[in-house]
Write a protein that binds this ligand. Structure first.
Ligand code: AMP
Length: 188
């Protein structure tokens, strides 16, 4: 039987960001996933926070599953030494394969791509298409503005209050680990 019990999809920046706390949290996330025997599912790049998470997971002996579209192989430096390395034709296929192979979604600090991925899984949750935990790793309050936006969307009548409940927020990697453990215990 495989040591891997659960898979965690990590969306995060293809850049490291402006604060050392971002790559530090990314590395801690990769190590934490490996320590729990959870497989990392991510965009297969070796750049930015993506590379930080993956290298840390690998160094800690974790299983890694990466998915990258052909046209990003050089731009995002496709990381071919992952446990599983999948090349897709399109961005949509990439997102689909990542999501299908994950039991939970974690969003680290990132840019437009991370937001695109976050809102896709959030809106799928809103439509009842899945029940996977969605967790924002709120390193140094990076996602405070996103949480405030979601609150405003609800307050202004553009979404049901349940929208906010679909998003869990963890300020530290320790808190993230606890949220994931709870989510996996609840869902089996
Ligand atoms: P970013 O947060 O902008 O640094 O992007 C993080 C990751 O999201 C990168 O691997 C991007 O290639 C990816 N990305 C950006 N836009 C999309 C999209 N529409 N669908 C799938 N992945 C995307």
């Amino acid at each position: 039987m495989s040591r891997t019990r659960h898979s965690v999809c990590v969306y995060c920046g293809s850049r490291v960001g402006a604060r050392p706390a971002y790559p530090e949290a990314a590395r801690a996330t990769g190590s934490m996933l490996a320590a729990n025997g959870w497989r990392l599912v991510y965009g297969a790049g070796d750049v930015g926070l993506m590379g930080e998470v993956a290298r840390a997971a690998q160094s800690a002996g974790g299983e890694t599953f990466g998915v990258i579209p052909t046209h990003l192989l050089s731009l995002e430096v496709g990381k071919r030494d992952l446990s599983t390395f999948v090349v897709t034709e399109t961005m949509h296929e990439r997102k689909k394969v990542m999501f299908m192979n994950a039991d939970a979604v974690v969003v680290l600090p990132g840019g437009g791509g991370s937001l695109d991925e976050f809102f896709e899984v959030l809106t799928w949750r809103q439509l009842g298409l899945h029940a996977k935990p969605i967790v924002l790793l709120n390193t140094q309050g990076y996602w405070d503005r996103l949480v405030a936006l979601i609150d405003a969307i609800v307050d202004e009548g553009f979404a049901d209050a349940s929208l906010r409940g679909f998003v869990e927020v963890a300020s530290t990697v320790e808190a993230l680990e606890a949220v994931l453990r709870r989510g996996f215990a609840t869902r089996g």
